[in-house]
Ligand binder design. Structure first.
Ligand code: C5P
Length: 403
């Protein structure tokens, strides 16, 4: 018999709390039962009455109002749910959860639960960047807590940066993916590369490029949403780790290749990283010094391994579908077609990255999908829409391969 899923939604005191009635409504539209805990600070931004009305459940606020008669002790409250979601999750609740503090209903429920926990952080950029918060996040992630966001943008306090709570629909997607084990890519393993690589010159200097990692991270997120078991191998990037994705952070092209090879076998591989073509042949062990003689270091470059070409031609673990990117500044389609044949991948996503397009670092991308005997022009889309469309094409292709 179908059992309605239940969420315990813990709302803590960030301005983004005003978005939670909408979140509750969207979850209920998907037949998910929502029980809310509201902290005292959160009730400054959203009323218990509003949450109670949209959830059709009582809203709990105080550790000591829970008694036998309400049949809802804090232990029971946290165990009755299939999933605990904290949104918005302030720096305070993140710190409490990381250290195991339990001095109000929200933190007590988090400590008492035996269910998976998702948190959607929301805070000022400096609070987000603070090493204390970053350490707490690492602690929680290492214990299996899933972080949804945050995202970069303008903040209520007037500053700009990382720390905005994601759109409520992104939380709904993460929750429905968690419950819905049957996406079109369920059972498939995917590998995605993203971001730039850093090639060391000496212990403090490196060669890099302007890749932001936005496109690769978005592809990893979308494949996960369709049910794939995704490993993202990422060079240095400011992008938050996508929800429900295993992230391996590397610096150089050689590290990226090793991490990719260790992630085989897989069914799908998407190489969206902007891998440096060359590295310094001999990395200096000590910092190169400007000694006043005017002598300039002679940096001899050597070629990096081509990860896409290596995995495409893997003797025994070639993924079923291998997709590369081709960032070009001229003759985009011709160059991309030649690249597809040279690197022996199945599809190439070709994009024009000439400076006028603002593709590198920007939010939009205009691409062509190039396969054998096929070239399809896609309209200008946001990088997340390119990722969505690509993930669905991949799902269709995997279905055909299976048929
Ligand atoms: O040769 P080019 O750098 O233009 O090829 C781009 C494609 O090849 C991208 O998919 C990129 O991720 C991949 N690539 C790679 N390893 C390299 C260079 C590029 O995987 N060393």
């Amino acid at each position: 018999m179908y059992q309605k899923k239940r969420i315990l939604l813990i709302v803590t005191g960030g301005i983004a709390a005003y978005k939670t009635p909408e979140l509750v409504r969207r979850l209920r539209e998907r037949s998910i039962d929502v029980q809310c805990i509201l902290t005292k600070a959160a009730s400054e931004f959203v009323t218990p009455l509003a949450l109670s009305a949209v959830s059709s459940n009582p809203v709990y606020q105080d550790l000591f109002e829970l008694d036998e008669s309400s049949d809802m002790g804090h232990i029971q409250l946290s165990r009755n749910a299939d999933l605990v979601v904290v949104a918005p999750a302030t720096a305070d609740i993140i710190a409490k959860a990381a250290t195991g503090l339990a001095n109000d209903l929200a933190s007590t429920a988090l400590l008492a639960t035996d269910k998976p926990v998702m948190m959607s952080p929301a805070m000022n950029v400096r609070m987000w960047d603070h090493p204390a918060t970053q350490n707490n996040l690492q602690t929680l992630k290492s214990r299996g807590v899933t972080m949804i966001g945050p995202e970069e943008g303008d903040m209520a306090c007037g500053e700009h940066g990382m720390g905005r709570m994601v759109d409520p629909m992104d939380i709904v997607d993460a929750v429905t993916n968690f419950f819905d084990q049957d996406g079109p890519l369920t059972g498939k393993k995917a590998l995605v590369t993203s971001g730039p690589t850093h090639e060391p010159i000496d212990p403090v200097r490196y060669i890099a490029n302007r890749s932001s990692g936005k496109q690769g991270h978005a592809i990893a997120a979308e494949l996960a949403k369709l049910g794939a078991d995704v490993t993202l191998v990422s060079g240095p990037s400011q992008q938050p780790d996508p929800t429900s994705v295993k992230v391996i952070k590397i610096e150089s092209a050689r590290d990226m290749l090793a991490a990719c090879e260790n992630s085989l076998p897989c069914d799908i591989a998407v190489f969206a990283a902007a891998v440096a073509d060359w590295r310094v042949d001999l990395e200096a062990e000590q910092k190169l010094k400007k000694d006043g003689t005017g002598q300039i270091p002679d940096l001899k470059l050597t070629e990096n391994p081509d990860i896409l070409a290596t995995i495409s031609q893997h003797p025994d673990k070639r993924p079923t579908l291998v997709i590369g990117f081709a960032a070009e500044t001229e003759h985009v389609i011709e160059h991309a077609q030649a690249k597809r044949e040279r690197k022996k991948c199945d599809w190439i996503i070709a994009n024009d990255v000439s400076p006028a397009t603002n593709t590198f670092g920007g939010d939009e991308n205009t691409v062509h999908l190039i396969a054998k005997n096929q070239c399809e022009a896609w309209p200008k889309l946001t990088k997340s829409d390119v990722a969505k469309r690509l993930a669905h094409y991949i799902a269709d292709q995997m279905k055909e391969e299976q048929a």
